[in-house]
Design a protein around this ligand. Structure first.
Ligand SMILES: [Zn+2]
Ligand SMILES: [Zn+2]
Length: 473
């Protein structure tokens, strides 16, 4: 007589209808355990009845008890309590049979047949839900990750392509299946292409996943606010310069600049943010065209290249956020058991301005900040130390510049005559050639005068206006 257990089955009566056809699937050759997925005697819910699980055949998956116990926390628990058990019956709820078969095949490193291929994001979410329910780990079942990436690529290349709907349904599964490239790409896309506050969409019937998927909303929303803030500051840049000018035409130029932005729906920028996504605004800004006719402007500020300034704003905004980084998220979780706090802080700190050390994909500081999953105190500590290091670096640079000036016997240009904006030279490129930015929350520490002093020599010097107009971006 075999020993059996029924999971989620009604307390009385047989686990399934005896009239249902049975399909035996030998996943492990000579397997010593049977996972039986059978329709419940009574439907769990009206929707389950409509899906018709009662009419589906019973699946009998022959597996290895050892493999099952070492790959699934759930089965490990059951087999720990009943070592002699040789079969479990699991209710077919209409969403779990393919997912469970997939996990069992992956755990046994068995072939995954084409009929298990995902054709809808619901299948992906069901697989995530079943994996969590039975304690399977995607990193220990690489075939499941490969199965997901197949669906991801198929969808982005041949299916619906990259739309907000696709990104909403696949961002969280990318995190679950540890697909760092997809996760970074989709989370960046969401920040630039959605104005909603609910970024993640669970398309399965497993409502328990809603809360976990919601964890992405807060970092993505705060990233969007950061990117919007960057764009607003970049568009304000010419206005700040005009406020420093003394020429008679400065007010009219400032008004005309705003008017040109308003003509393409981008001014006031705060109201544009409520109407359009960041991508839509950047597209509109791509058509910006404003050249004030102020040849006689005595300060030179009204003859700056406003079109170039907006082009720089577009580039900087696009570079502001690279998407969320799974490696930073994992690394910044509270110190692991046995990991000293000092080591934890060091591992999460930037190296010479590089914020993507040991990450699979390059990114700047904004991504690091929004991917942080540790305590706010540690995050502040790391950012504070970095800020201090950059201040020391800037002072050193100024000191060197002063020595150079003294040696050359020249005097400094009057304060305020030089201005401009640039990314910090202290930032270092990463493996992908992307520049780490001096950005986000850091800007509040850098006043305009600092920017003046840090500005490149060729930027916005009144006598160098012509040169500015031809300077490479
Ligand atoms: Zn002027
Ligand atoms: Zn990272």
């Amino acid at each position: 007589m075999i020993s059996t257990a029924s999971i989620c089955a009604p307390a009385s009566g047989p686990a399934s209808s005896s009239s249902n056809k049975t399909i035996g699937i030998p996943i492990a050759r000579g397997g010593d355990f049977l996972v039986r997925i059978a329709p419940p005697v009574r439907p769990l819910a009206p929707s389950a009845a409509q899906n018709g699980p009662r009419s589906r055949p019973v699946l009998e998956l022959r597996v290895s008890k050892n493999v099952l116990a070492s790959n699934s926390a759930y089965f490990q628990g059951i087999l720990g309590l009943q070592p002699g058990l040789s079969m479990v019956t699991i209710d077919d709820n209409g969403s779990n049979r393919h997912a469970l078969e997939l996990w069992l095949r992956a755990a046994h490193q068995a072939e995954v047949p084409k009929m298990l291929k995902a054709v809808h994001s619901r299948h992906v979410w069901n697989t995530v839900a079943v994996g969590k329910l039975y304690g399977f780990l995607p990193l220990e079942a690489p075939a499941v990750k490969a199965w997901f990436i197949d669906y991801y690529k198929e969808t982005l290349q041949n299916g619906a392509y990259l739309t907000p709907g696709v990104a909403r349904t696949l961002a969280y599964p990318c995190a679950y299946f540890d697909h760092a490239e997809g996760f970074m790409k989709l989370t960046k896309f969401l920040v630039f292409n959605m104005n909603d506050k609910l970024y993640s969409l669970n398309t399965s019937d497993y409502e328990a996943l809603n809360n976990e998927a919601r964890l992405l909303d807060a970092p993505l929303l705060s990233a969007r606010l950061d990117v919007q803030d960057r764009l607003a500051r970049e568009l304000d840049h010419p206005l700040r310069k005009l406020h420093q000018a003394t020429c008679a035409c400065r007010k009219e130029t400032a008004f005309d600049y705003e008017d040109a932005l308003a003509a393409i729906g981008c001014w006031p920028i705060a109201s544009a943010f409520t109407r359009y996504t960041l991508s839509q605004i950047l597209e509109k800004l791509g058509t910006f065209n404003f050249t004030p006719d102020r040849k006689d402007c005595e300060s030179g500020y009204c003859r700056l290249d406003f079109n170039k300034s907006v082009r720089i704003a577009i580039t900087r905004t696009k570079e502001e956020f690279d998407g969320l980084c799974l490696d930073c998220m994992k690394r910044s979780k509270a110190p692991q058991a046995g990991q000293a706090r000092k080591e934890y802080i060091e591992k999460n700190s930037p190296f010479k301005g590089c914020w993507d050390m040991d990450c699979r994909y390059g990114h700047a500081q904004t991504t690091w900040r929004h991917s942080w999953t540790g305590s706010p105190t540690d995050r502040r500590l790391i950012l504070g130390a970095d800020r201090g290091e950059r201040v020391r670096h800037r002072e050193l640079e100024r000191e060197r510049a002063r020595e150079k000036e003294a040696t050359a016997g020249r005097e400094w240009a009057p304060r305020g005559r030089r201005s401009g904006r640039r990314r910090s030279h202290f930032s270092m490129g990463n493996g992908n050639g992307e520049a780490a930015a001096l950005d986000g929350a850091e800007h509040e520490d850098i006043d305009d005068d600092d920017e003046f002093y840090d500005a490149e020599e060729d930027t916005y010097l009144t006598e160098d206006i012509a040169e500015l107009n031809v300077r490479d971006e």
